[in-house]
Design a protein around this ligand. Structure first.
Ligand SMILES: [Zn+2]
Length: 412
């Protein structure tokens, strides 16, 4: 070890595992959890987490959008965050693991006699029940009151204002990013894919979070009888979109990189009847990559394929952009701190990798140095109650995360 390597921290991993068990019991569903944002179970989890932050010596606050923030007494700090709510009937680790790692790191720093210059925050609604990244964007000053007024729960339509009032959070101020306080932002998470497992690595140091572009593509044809309309004269809007999907799959590999992914997540035909040729069809299409130039190239290729389809006829296709997130590069210095911690604790068993899923860290990366650490997901399963990570990997991840934070704090 070099002279500037801080001594290793002792992470209380028994307590970490006990915390995980206790938190997973709130809203338990099979081996996972069901904790929609601001459901009774989610509110219990927020209160439970605020108590744990106080026990760790941090000053907890639940703000007007439901963010649970534990602040250190130090004038400057590293910000650690993730989320408590889950997708429907999903895993117990997606979100909570990163928060429990933050908690364990704060305790370890304290146990080592160091004032933990660490704020730990559970950002509300990362999972997008009411709005994507609502809590972290609110903290960064990117959510207006009008957006909150308009937001509804995606499955039962409850207004966000009503949910906040029922939770007892209405009328509280929304916490805002203090200028100059943060050295950076760190988030640990399960990988949610199978890359680490397939490459037999136990830790991932994230290089960048993918950017995503979403589109709605429509086709206009002519609705008619599925029996009496000869094939030669049909204008089948459904078939037009199916052909486009095949054309995309043929053309995209030449326009994309090794990490590019593209998905048609929804296709709808109107009227959607077995004996009616669809007169209108609509598909939701998205692609992701960490390289903005590749995202631009995919967008150009998509537009060209639609133009070709329109030239060939007989239906009229139209492309409408829906939403976009930019790729977020992780900070080189913070990556290096986590890489050094990983190499010290798991020599040769870690790798650098992009995040193919979105995380709150991508919002913080626009405003401060940001980094993410991954642990493996068994079978690459996530957003399902069967999601899991081995106990050995959970424990190793906690140690690497705390050691990485220790290094970042020691060199800041
Ligand atoms: Zn998550």
């Amino acid at each position: 070890m070099s002279a500037n390597t801080p001594p290793p921290l002792s992470v209380d991993t028994d307590r970490l595992l006990a915390d995980l068990q206790a938190l997973s019991a709130i809203g338990a569903y099979k081996s996972g959890v069901h904790r929609p944002t601001f459901s009774p179970e989610d509110l219990l989890a927020r209160a439970w987490f605020a108590e744990r932050l106080a026990e760790a010596g941090l000053k907890p606050e639940i703000d007007g959008i439901g963010n649970v923030i534990g602040r250190a007494l130090s004038p400057r700090a590293l910000l650690v965050g993730s989320h408590l709510e889950s997708q429907p009937h999903a895993g117990r680790l997606d979100g909570p693991l990163g928060l429990l790692y933050g908690l364990a790191a704060a305790r370890a720093l304290r146990a080592a006699g160091l004032a933990p210059a660490l704020d730990v925050a559970a950002w509300a609604d990362e999972e997008g029940w009411f709005g994507q990244f609502l809590g972290s964007r609110s903290f960064l000053g990117e959510v207006t009151d009008a957006e909150i007024d308009a937001a509804r729960q995606r499955s039962d339509g409850t207004p966000l204002r009503s949910a906040l009032a029922a939770a007892g959070y209405a009328g509280r101020p929304r916490a805002a990013l203090p200028p100059e306080r943060y050295l950076g932002y760190a988030e640990a998470h399960i990988e949610q894919g199978d890359r680490l497992e397939s490459e037999r690595r136990r830790i991932g140091v994230v290089t960048a979070i993918v950017g995503m572009r979403n589109f709605i593509i429509t086709a206009e044809g002519v609705q008619n009888h599925a029996g009496t309309t000869r094939m030669e004269i049909r204008k089948d809007a459904g078939l037009a979109l199916c052909k486009l999907c095949v054309a995309i799959d043929r053309a995209f590999p030449a326009a994309t990189g090794p990490g590019s992914v593209w998905t048609t997540g929804r296709m709808r035909f109107k009227p959607g009847e077995p004996s009616v040729i669809p007169g209108h069809a609509e598909m939701h299409f998205q692609f992701r990559d960490t390289d903005p130039a590749l995202l631009d190239r995919m967008a150009e290729r998509l537009a060209a394929l639609i133009a070709e389809a329109n030239d060939a006829g007989p239906c009229r296709l139209a492309l409408a952009p829906r939403s976009t997130t930019a790729p977020a590069a992780m900070d080189a210095g913070m990556q290096q701190a986590f890489a050094a911690a990983a190499e010290a604790l798991a020599p040769g068993a870690w790798m650098r990798m992009p995040s193919a899923a979105g995380h709150d860290a991508q919002n913080f990366a626009r405003r401060m140095p940001a980094a993410m650490l991954f642990v493996p997901s068994i079978g690459g399963i996530s957003h399902h109650w069967a999601e899991d990570t081995s106990e050995a990997d959970i424990v190793l991840g906690a140690r690497v995360f705390a050691a990485g934070i220790h290094r970042i704090l020691a060199t800041s």
